[in-house]
Design a protein around this ligand. Structure first.
Ligand code: AMP
Ligand code: MG
Length: 657
């Protein structure tokens, strides 16, 4: 384990100044010191002595990564940083103005490595992984243009992140491509990573965005090159396991699974076992899902005396995390667009942003990926696809899962199963565990989806009848009337119950939810359909908020009204979960054009500000957390939070990024 590079005193000093310098930030290289390196470059020195352009694409076996330094970049321009990311890493905001930061952000600084003595605790690296792309095994993929620099632990929070550059040059994993990233997709990744984090969806993060003025990158046209500094608690994907499984590398699968449990999840003891009955009955129906214990007692085998060994607990943790994340995507209408197993995170993070999108007019069959002809990665398929990916992961871990208590048996560890006869019960057990994990996936997904939809609709409790009478009916109505998914929730948040008290009121109120240029759906039948949903919603709001009257004002007992103070509270609660700003494709396209073609820079700061504070009613001229007045641009923010222009709805992107 590498020692932090700064003394705690030095760090404490920087903390008082509002964060650390880049140089003083504690850095480590746990990943590379725990897992095997590419045998062609066993040490950083072997890689460093090799000319950069001789580290070429090839098959790398028996390894999780290759030591490889970023390409050197001339005259980089730091376009933007995320203040939230600076804070979460433990960096002082002022650090972004230093030369050191600017050079780090494009890979012109190597950390953990002394250039004189050619030694040190670490060096940059690229990961080796494979993946199933669009359902087919694609072989070795790997970090083809991403290079990790170091891990750093924020001592104030204790959270360790791996800091990585995307677009930093070729690696052994670049295959036929160039190792570069274009400005267009870098802007998209930079904005969406920080936005997802701001609305509470697990995601990899983005620290900084730089333009490479001398880099022209060939895609469909020639485009400017860029680098995003991104970070995550782990960049491991299902694809890391897939590749080891395809190559039959049993020992490395065990080693990697152990690394994930001990290092990424913080220890085997942090991984929950199956809930026992006492725990189950103490849970409130609106909190965690119940987990069924469907294993009969006589199925419990092995020296550990348990059907479920530690690898099964690890798998279930990965299942749960991914179930939570995909539930959040569904509740917020986010689509990744390329949910291949190499883009599915072991931590359940949203990761690798290509043709992602947020839903505009609600359409469950929408896919933001222009090349996704079979709608594999469409909105409605995401939960199924993440489970499909989880089953591939289970197959990689299958032998470890199925071995139960015999997983540490020395002969099993060394050679696997002795014969076919021994395989049958192991396979049966693994299948049972996967089935149970599938049930758990559904339960966790549903509980989280219900929790979020309940909150988005401003309700305080979930009733079983809500699923059909409110959630499903709403989605059907949004689809039939071509209503905007996210604008709907925001506009609903601000709606006063007094404005929807009668049929006539409701029909009038319904008009505001249609696109203003949509005369087709916004007719009397359309408005009445929405009005009848508003009526059902209104009753549920009254039931939840009216009967809970505690303010000494007239208690309404669910019969009609909600007191003004309770109504204000309900509106505030809804606005706190229903973002006003959503980085849609058309907004990102506008920003890309303005930065790329018109030389604008401040627009990036403004979109980042809205993205980091997405729940506000307005931004320009208001004070935010640092006590300064945010100047902003009122006209622009109103435009960005209004109807999506007709030509900008349900846009699609190609994968070329
Ligand atoms: P993605 O679809 O962006 O997740 O990428 C799939 C695989 O292709 C990953 O292994 C990437 O590292 C690799 N890749 C994508 N674009 C490039 C590029 N321009 N240069 C090198 N590798 C790339
Ligand atoms: Mg990827």
């Amino acid at each position: 384990m590498a020692a932090p590079s700064s003394s705690s005193l030095e760090y404490a000093f920087h903390q008082q100044q509002g964060g650390s310098t880049l140089a003083a930030l504690p850095k480590s290289w746990h990943f590379t010191s725990s897992l095997p390196a590419d045998p062609l470059f066993p040490s950083p020195a072997d890689s460093h002595k090799t000319p950069r352009d001789e580290i070429r694409p090839r098959q790398v076996r028996g390894a999780l990564f290759t030591w490889v330094r970023p390409e050197t970049q001339k005259d980089p321009e730091l376009l933007a940083v995320s203040p939230a990311a600076m804070r979460d890493l433990g960096l002082a905001l002022s650090e972004a103005e230093t030369e050191d930061f600017k050079q780090m952000a494009v890979g012109n600084r190597i950390y953990g490595w002394d250039l004189e003595s050619l030694s040190g605790p670490g060096y940059p690296w690229a990961q080796c992984y494979g993946g199933f792309q669009f359902g087919d095994w694609a072989g070795q993929l790997g970090d083809g243009r991403a290079i990790s620099l170091f891990e750093s632990t924020n001592p104030a929070t204790g959270v360790r992140y791996e800091v990585q550059l995307k677009g930093a040059g070729m690696t052994p994993y670049s295959r036929f491509a160039d190792g570069k990233a274009v400005l267009r997709s870098s802007i998209r990744e930079f904005v969406v990573s920080e936005y997802l984090n701001a609305i509470g969806i697990p995601t990899t993060r983005a620290l900084a965005l730089s333009l490479l003025p001398h880099s022209r990158v060939r895609r469909e046209t020639m485009e400017p090159g860029a680098i995003v500094v991104r970070f995550a608690q782990s960049w491991l994907r299902f694809g890391n396991f897939d590749l080891l499984r395809a190559r039959g590398d049993r020992a490395l699968i065990r080693q990697l699974a152990t690394y994930v449990a001990e290092d990424v999840f913080g220890g085997w003891d942090k991984l929950r076992g199956r809930l026992d009955d006492a725990e189950k009955s103490s849970q409130s129906p609106n909190s965690q899902p119940k987990v069924r214990r469907s294993v009969p007692k006589d199925a419990i085998e092995g020296p550990e005396g348990a059907e479920e060994n530690r690898f099964a607990r690890l798998y279930r943790e990965i299942v749960r995390r991914n179930a939570l994340t995909v539930a959040k995507w569904q509740a917020y209408g986010f689509m990744n667009g390329v949910l291949n197993t190499d883009n599915t995170s072991i931590l359940g993070l949203s990761i690798d942003f290509g043709p992602f999108a947020f839903m505009d007019n609600f359409d469950p069959a929408y896919t933001p990926n222009h090349d996704d002809h079979f709608l594999r990665y469409s909105y409605r398929n995401q939960p199924t696809i993440i489970w499909w990916n989880l089953v591939r992961l289970a197959e990689a871990l299958g032998e470890l899962l199925g071995a139960a208590g015999a997983c540490d048996d020395p002969s099993f560890v060394a050679n696997g199963l002795k014969d076919e006869a021994a395989a049958a019960p192991l396979i049966a057990r693994a299948e049972r565990l996967i089935d149970q994990a599938g049930e758990e996936y559904k339960a966790v997904f549903l509980a989280e989806y219900k929790r979020l939809m309940t909150a988005r609709l401003g309700l305080l409790t979930f009733r079983d009848s809500d699923f059909d009478s409110l959630f499903s009916t709403l989605l059907d109505t949004l689809e039939a009337l071509s209503l905007d998914f996210n604008l709907f929730f925001r506009r609903l948040s601000g709606l006063k119950l007094s404005a929807i008290a009668t049929d006539a009121d409701r029909e009038a109120a319904a008009a505001q939810f249609f696109y203003s240029d949509d005369a087709t759906h916004n007719d009397s039948a359309g408005r009445q359909r929405l009005a009848s949903w508003l009526d059902a919603w209104r009753s549920r709001v009254v039931a939840d908020w009216g009967t809970l009257e505690t303010w000494g004002e007239s208690a309404s007992g669910g019969s009609g009204a909600v007191s003004p103070s309770r109504e204000e509270e309900r509106i505030a609660a809804m606005k706190a979960v229903n973002p006003n700003f959503v980085p849609r494709g058309w907004i990102l396209d506008e920003i890309i054009r303005r930065v790329e073609k018109e030389g604008e820079r401040d627009v990036l700061k403004r979109v980042m500000h809205l993205g980091l504070h997405p729940f506000e009613d307005s931004w320009a001229g208001r004070e935010f957390e640092n006590g300064e007045v945010y100047e902003g641009d009122r006209e622009e923010e109103v435009r960005w939070t209004s109807d999506v222009p007709r030509m900008g709805r349900a846009m699609q992107c190609s994968c070329s990024s």
